[in-house]
Design a protein around this ligand. Structure first.
Ligand SMILES: CCCCCCCCCCCCCCCCCCCCCCCCCC(=O)SCCNC(=O)CCNC(=O)[C@H](O)C(C)(C)COP(=O)(O)OP(=O)(O)OC[C@H]1O[C@@H](n2cnc3c(N)ncnc32)[C@H](O)[C@@H]1OP(=O)(O)O
Ligand SMILES: NC(=O)C1=CN([C@@H]2O[C@H](COP(=O)(O)OP(=O)(O)OC[C@H]3O[C@@H](n4cnc5c(N)ncnc54)[C@H](OP(=O)(O)O)[C@@H]3O)[C@@H](O)[C@H]2O)C=CC1
Length: 515
């Protein structure tokens, strides 16, 4: 019997960010391994015209929860969706709901965050810092609370190259930042943002670092742990391989490459691609919840959930495998044939941006205009290039994260728990994982049918022919213009033509002699 699964039985668990990528996988695993848990409270806001209940209904009816519904048929009754907006005071939770949360919660998993790299500092601070502080104040009023698990990111200290499982202080105290966000206007915040974030690349990593400091400062006598995952990707094994439902991290860029929009990224092929499957992160999170509650470590432990030091894979290898998978299972209706590359050189990268990204978009928009349609490709390309510029920081560097606490925890687990809550990335086969990731993107994100693969391959063949035809035409036009203008080009041209003529005459003569 798994000790971790048994621990969560009968428990009331509060999850923030349960409608997000990681939150859904966390809920799924909890229900699947501990179907006897008492209740999962989730803080949800209405979104995109859906009420909180409709959102929960949609999640439970998704492919991800198919297995859960077999194992835990009353899953609908065990989820209690509580209306909440983490941007508001007291999260806008009603008095009755707040009372219930405070008196019943045993474990808190705090996953909610804004993960946008370019979020305005005010909003990023509100969600990643102030909301964390408020949640900790709530947690301190929960008499039955056994553990509070905060999800941070391995990149919260990406300004360093070697990162230990400790909290590094930021120059300005989080409380001062929180206070200043209340009275500074947007223009001034915009001005001071680069100075505040310093050598971090964006407001996301900066506010996640502040969030960790808040956790440390507000921990009081709570049992707290922090998990720092690196780049979270599709599921490795559970509940099935390749599940993914958003465009964050590499997923959106894999689509862009597979559809032929993305042809080049300024990135170092040898830099470590520190990806970590979402089910691995969830397994570690649940193991940490158990360990923190049962063993009550004296201080707040930080767990790095990374792959680089135990089982490294670099961007070059990853990109190569992504492209190899496109050969077998191409995406439908590609704009161009997938053929992306990592370029370390800035000038080469700018050249490819102009030739392989912007020029085809302009030509395609011209074609759309000619055929009476609305041009859209330049807009798509600009957005893609903006996204690429934001991730460049992460694909041009390697980091080293120490994983002592994570390895210590692994050794504390029973063999059964090591199997059920496996977070040992040494067992991960990258080539298989990446192939399943690409397949998962095709199935669960793009919702493309496998039956369409022959047609997709046919389409790629047509694109290849158009590409050859286009290049030949372009070459002939350029050559024709050149020989019209330059004597030297004309000389070269006559030389080639006479050489070919002599070559052919020689062969004709020698074959006649043989006969
Ligand atoms: C030898 C051979 C080699 C061969 C090589 C071949 C290569 C082979 C191929 C490639 C292989 C692998 C590649 C490697 C990649 C590495 C990734 C590393 C990531 C590292 C992250 C690490 C950080 C730490 C991790 C963490 O801790 S946190 C998680 C990370 N957080 C995020 O990933 C949020 C990002 N996003 C945003 O920051 C915002 O999205 C924003 C982008 C500002 C836009 O913002 P905005 O312009 O306002 O517009 P949106 O409304 O947001 O979106 C507007 C439109 O763009 C869409 N779109 C949103 N996103 C993305 C996205 N990603 N990718 C694509 N599209 C996206 C959205 O669908 C909407 O499309 P539409 O619906 O309009 O059609
Ligand atoms: N994805 C990754 O690569 C990595 C993620 N992380 C961390 O993991 C955690 C989970 O990330 P992930 O699941 O990928 O992120 P998602 O963007 O998928 O999910 C974010 C969650 O936070 C919720 N949320 C955001 N704003 C509010 C709000 N105002 N009120 C209530 N809920 C809100 C979202 O709700 P809604 O659905 O309503 O928007 C959603 O449930 C985050 O803390 C992130 O920093 C760390 C490393 C890597």
């Amino acid at each position: 019997m798994s000790m971790i699964a048994a621990f969560y039985s009968g428990k009331s668990i509060l999850i923030t960010g349960a409608t997000g990528f990681m939150g859904k996988v966390l809920m799924e695993k909890l229900f699947r391994t501990s179907p006897d848990l008492k209740v999962i409270y989730i803080l949800v806001r209405p979104k995109a015209g859906q009420t909180t209940q409709q959102r929960v209904f949609q999640i439970l009816n998704s492919k991800l929860f198919e297995k859960v519904k077999e194992i835990c048929p009353d899953v609908h009754e065990k989820i209690r969706a509580i209306y909440a907006d983490l941007n508001q005071n007291d999260f806008a939770i009603s008095k009755e709901d707040m009372q219930e949360l405070l008196s019943c919660t045993n474990i808190v998993f705090h996953c909610a965050a804004t993960v946008r790299f370019d979020d305005h500092l005010r909003h990023a601070v509100q969600l990643n810092v102030t909301a964390t502080q408020q949640l900790l104040i709530m947690a301190s009023q929960m008499p039955k609370l056994e553990a509070f698990i905060h999800i941070s990111t391995a990149f919260s200290n990406c300004n360093l190259t070697h990162i230990d499982e400790v909290i590094y202080p930021c120059p300005v105290e989080p409380k001062k930042i929180i206070d200043s966000m209340e009275w500074l206007d947007d223009a001034i915040i915009d001005e001071i943002t680069p100075k505040l974030i310093g050598d971090r690349p964006n407001t996301y990593t900066y506010t996640k670092a502040l969030g960790e400091m808040v956790v440390q400062q507000e921990s009081r006598n709570l049992n707290i742990a922090i998990i720092r995952p690196s780049i979270v990707g599709a599921t490795w094994q559970e509940p099935f391989p390749g599940w993914v439902d958003n465009l964050n991290g590499p997923s959106g860029l894999i689509i862009a490459a597979g559809k032929g929009f993305l042809r080049s990224i300024r990135g170092a092929p040898m830099a470590v691609a520190d990806l970590i499957p979402v089910d691995t992160v969830v397994n570690l999170t649940l193991a940490v919840g158990w360990y923190t509650a049962v063993h009550r470590p004296k201080s707040t432990l930080i767990y790095h959930c990374t792959s680089g030091n135990l089982n490294p894979c670099n961007w070059g290898k990853m990109g190569f495998q992504v492209l190899a998978t496109f050969e077998k299972v191409p995406f439908e209706r590609a704009f161009r044939r997938p053929n992306a590359d990592f370029t370390a050189n800035t000038i080469t990268s700018q050249y490819w941006n102009a030739v392989s990204h912007r020029a085809p978009a302009i030509i395609y928009d011209f074609y759309l205009r000619l055929t009476g349609r609305k041009p859209r490709m330049t807009k798509i390309m600009n957005r893609l290039l903006k996204t690429v510029s934001m991730i460049e920081y992460f694909v041009n560097r390697s980091w080293e994260w120490s994983t002592y606490n994570t390895e210590m925890l692994m050794s504390e687990l029973s063999p059964e728990d090591q199997r059920v809550f496996n977070f040992d990335v040494r067992q991960l086969n990258w080539l298989e994982y990446i192939e399943n990731y690409v397949l998962g993107i095709k199935k669960y994100l793009l919702k493309e049918d496998m039956a369409g693969i022959p047609e997709a391959k046919q389409h790629l063949k047509r694109l290849r022919n158009i590409h050859y035809l286009f290049n030949t035409a372009l070459f002939l036009i350029a050559w024709r213009l050149l020989i019209a203008r330059s004597q030297m080009a004309r000389n070269v041209w006559f030389f080639i033509v006479s050489f070919c003529y002599k070559f052919l005459s020689y062969f004709r003569a020698s074959s006649t002699l043989k006969v």
